[in-house]
Design a protein around this ligand. Structure first.
Ligand SMILES: Nc1ncnc2c1ncn2[C@@H]1O[C@H](COP(=O)(O)OP(=O)(O)OP(=O)(O)O)[C@@H](O)[C@H]1O
Ligand SMILES: [Mg+2]
Length: 510
């Protein structure tokens, strides 16, 4: 992917006036020191990346700069040459700061046009809102992104990648001079990502600075001229990306080094667990046949829109196929809801942790035990505190979830740690088939390695695993076998031990 886009090395921080300059920024939440004496500077028109593991303080720093959180006393804050003592979201916006949040912060019940033009509607009496004006604004913003969406579609009917596009278009509308993008590409396909990176370059060339957060390091190195690295809430340093490598950046973020090796093994002789034959759901996927064996990690890759997620929804009982059969351990499975799927032993970790995964205001512990209440209840039907505590502790340790207390709301966890809670929740059901749809979106390198170690251990215990990802390298390194899906059909099968990562990427991204 590196070859597709030319990196702009023209930015010279020394010559540029800073857009923002922050010093001595600290933030404490209860007992957690999320930021400790951090400084951060972005030049005008610069593309600057903020890198760090899950929970290192990236989103917190962004929230301070955009006026959502107040820093501890002693912080120095300067916007476009002007020092400030206190900042609110409104005053930050007034200074030309816009932000695209990790959780998008959109209005699911409103249309695409309303969401994009939302800020321009503020302060206008509802009766005077011009629908035409709103649509024009929205259309122009989408055109800048090179995307065509139905302006009247309600947001909650769109897939997450398109909602992301709406959030980005909305930031473009407000004439920002500095845009924060907190993991904007987490749910985008390669093509959509390339498109977004091109837009970021356009913005930068027009003098708009962009601060970019992503756990996909290739992207970080491609798009930015400098990267600020945080670790455990402290500043590690600020680096030119020219000459920087992914492994060096990983080392700066984690203090450790990681190896990537193809983990595939031969599972062809294992018992068939999940068998799908000629499965079709019109308009979504066509004539899909596949087998997942006990102990096998079957990778499924392809671009968004390939029909992968739609197929998962059927396998999880959420939609019904028009044709074809699903067999589990040799028996035909007919499912009328996801309850039937769970009862049959199918678990599904969705790509959209916010919509399908977790109950944000509820505690981490409660979220973890929702699917297994019967197992931790005593004969009297009451939940055993001890069993619940044991189970929660086990998963927090196994998945190295960074949390203050298990009783804290899921909403207080960093994005990547939320993803781990979603995974733990389903693993606790001890399923026969585990469907993982983009399980590491928004998860840092160190934690990815941890999650895949766990996934491999689960396969070794006999679980059949369907691993979906549009990051081809993830399936290449972690799956035993890889299927390629496009336009709703299976169009290729690969053995990662015989196909190089490069060949696979050529096939999928071509
Ligand atoms: N509102 C809050 N209440 C309590 N703790 C919080 C709150 N917001 C953040 N934290 C804690 O502060 C630390 C930094 O979190 P932050 O969200 O800034 O991390 P991040 O670098 O954005 O991580 P990720 O890559 O996972 O998104 C974490 O330990 C997190 O649990
Ligand atoms: Mg974050």
């Amino acid at each position: 992917m590196g070859a597709m886009i030319q990196k702009d090395d023209g930015f010279d921080a020394a010559k540029s006036e800073p857009a923002i300059r922050f010093g001595h920024v600290s933030k404490v939440f209860g007992g957690v020191r999320a930021l400790d004496d951090v400084s951060f500077e972005v030049g005008r028109g610069e593309v600057h990346c903020l890198a760090g593991e899950n929970g290192s303080g990236k989103s917190t720093l962004i929230k301070i700069i955009t006026g959502v959180y107040r820093p501890e006393p002693g912080a120095e804050m300067e916007y476009f040459g002007k020092a400030e003592t206190s900042v609110t979201p409104n005053s930050a916006r007034g200074r030309g700061i816009a932000v695209i949040w990790q959780d998008l912060a959109l209005f699911p019940e409103m249309t695409v046009a309303e969401n994009i033009a939302f800020d321009t509607l503020l302060g206008i009496r509802p009766r005077l809102v011009s629908h035409k004006g709103m649509r024009d604004t929205a259309r122009a913003a989408l055109a800048k992104l090179g995307v065509d969406l139905d302006l009247e579609a309600r947001l909650n009917t769109l897939p997450i990648a398109q909602r992301q596009v709406v959030a980005i278009a909305r930031a473009l509308v407000s004439d920002a001079r500095l845009i924060f993008m907190d993991e904007p590409t987490a749910s985008l396909t390669q093509a959509e990502t390339d498109h977004l990176l091109a837009v970021v370059r356009t913005l930068s060339a027009a003098g708009v600075a962009v601060v970019f957060v992503s756990h996909r390091l290739a992207e970080v190195l491609e798009i930015s001229s400098r990267v600020t690295v945080l670790r455990d809430g402290r500043l590690v340093g600020v680096y030119q990306t020219q000459g920087m490598t992914q492994s060096r950046l990983t080392e700066l973020m984690t203090g450790k080094t990681f190896d990537t090796v193809v983990g595939a093994r031969d599972t062809a002789a294992n018992r068939k667990v999940l068998e799908i034959e000629n499965l079709t759901r019109r308009g979504e996927y066509e004539d899909v046949s596949l087998v997942v064996r006990a102990g096998e990690i079957l990778g499924l890759t392809g671009l968004i829109g390939a029909g992968r997620t739609e197929l998962c929804h059927t396998l999880f009982g959420m939609t019904r196929p028009d044709r074809g059969t699903i067999r589990l351990n040799g028996k035909v499975l007919t499912m009328n809801s996801n309850r039937d799927a769970v009862a049959a032993g199918i678990a599904y970790v969705s790509e959209d942790r916010l919509a399908l995964g977790l109950v944000q205001p509820q505690s981490i512990a409660d979220n973890l035990v929702i699917p297994v209440l019967d197992r931790i209840s005593g004969a009297d039907g009451l939940i055993s505190r001890r069993k619940k505590g044991d189970l929660v502790r086990k998963w927090l340790v196994d998945l190295a979830i960074k949390t203050g207390r298990p009783e804290d709301a899921v909403a207080t966890l960093s994005g990547g740690n939320q993803q781990r809670v979603a995974l733990a929740k389903w693993l606790a059901t001890e399923p026969k088939v585990l469907i993982l749809d983009s399980p590491t979106v928004g998860v840092d390198v160190g934690a990815r390695a941890g999650i895949y170690k766990i996934v491999r251990a689960l396969a070794d215990q006999g679980l059949a695993i369907l691993l979906i990802s549009d990051e081809v390298s993830e399936v290449h390194f972690n799956a035993d076998r890889i299927l390629h899906m496009a336009g709703g059909r299976m169009i290729g099968e690969y053995d990662p031990r015989r196909t190089t990562l490069h060949e696979l990427e050529e096939a999928v991204y071509a």
